[in-house]
Design a protein around this ligand. Sequence first.
Ligand code: IPD
Ligand code: CA
Length: 260
Amino acid sequence: MTDTYSTRLGFAKFLAQEAGFLAQKLYREREADFVSTKGLQDFVTQADRAVEAHIRSLLLRHFPSDAMLGEEDGLMGDSSSIWVVDPIDGTANYMRGLPDWAISIAFCWEGEPEVGVIFAPERNEMCWAVKGQGAFCNDQPIQVSACAAPDQALLLLGRSARGSLSAYLDLVRSVIDSEMEYRRNGSAAVSLMDVAQGRAEGYYEAHLNPWDALAGVIIIREAGGIVRCAKGAEMLTAGSPVLALARNLDGKVLQTLAVE
Ligand code: IPD
Ligand code: CA
């Protein structure tokens, strides 16, 4: 690990933990105006904004030459070193007191994730990875599932209003027709943690934003999994479909998902 990345990893872990505890505190102290609506079934809480602002101020103080792209306030700065942050991924779970939500922090160099940290406070789980150094959960090494049999596989299928409903329903049908099982938990970051730890064999969503995906992308790769998504500037500016898969399952599953 280069010194630059070990410093950034340490800071990202500290930031994610701080942010998680702040989000839990703000939830406990919430009042009637805590949640606002951004669109159909698309919510933002006062905590999403406060947590992102907190992360931004700490990051920019410690790494003033780096840029940061966050879900709530967009891009600040212009640099090949960019932090990509989702202050609360799974907001619709968080605001209801459901446990699957997480803070997702990626550090990218020239558009590619090199460090990723995802912290799910209600699970007390922090997953992290640095390019070339393996993936870890609560500092123990993790690996994707070794399952090779579709009829024993569980896929996590994400969906948002950004994707077509009929395509999602077709996907669920073809997953079931292929004898696989599926779930949807409402947080891309938590789903990617689950694939990295071998609890599910794959995750697919027709569109993810970079802040939902990039920390998970490096964690899955370092846990031995396969990831397909857009790269570099394309991913950073527009997001893309994201597929994360356990390494022994690719052929049949790619066919089922029609992403070969
Ligand atoms: C959403 C969640 C959801 C996924 C959506 C994301 P948010 O992020 O990760 O699981 O299906 O595509 O936008 O709005 O909770 O930060
Ligand atoms: Ca998100």
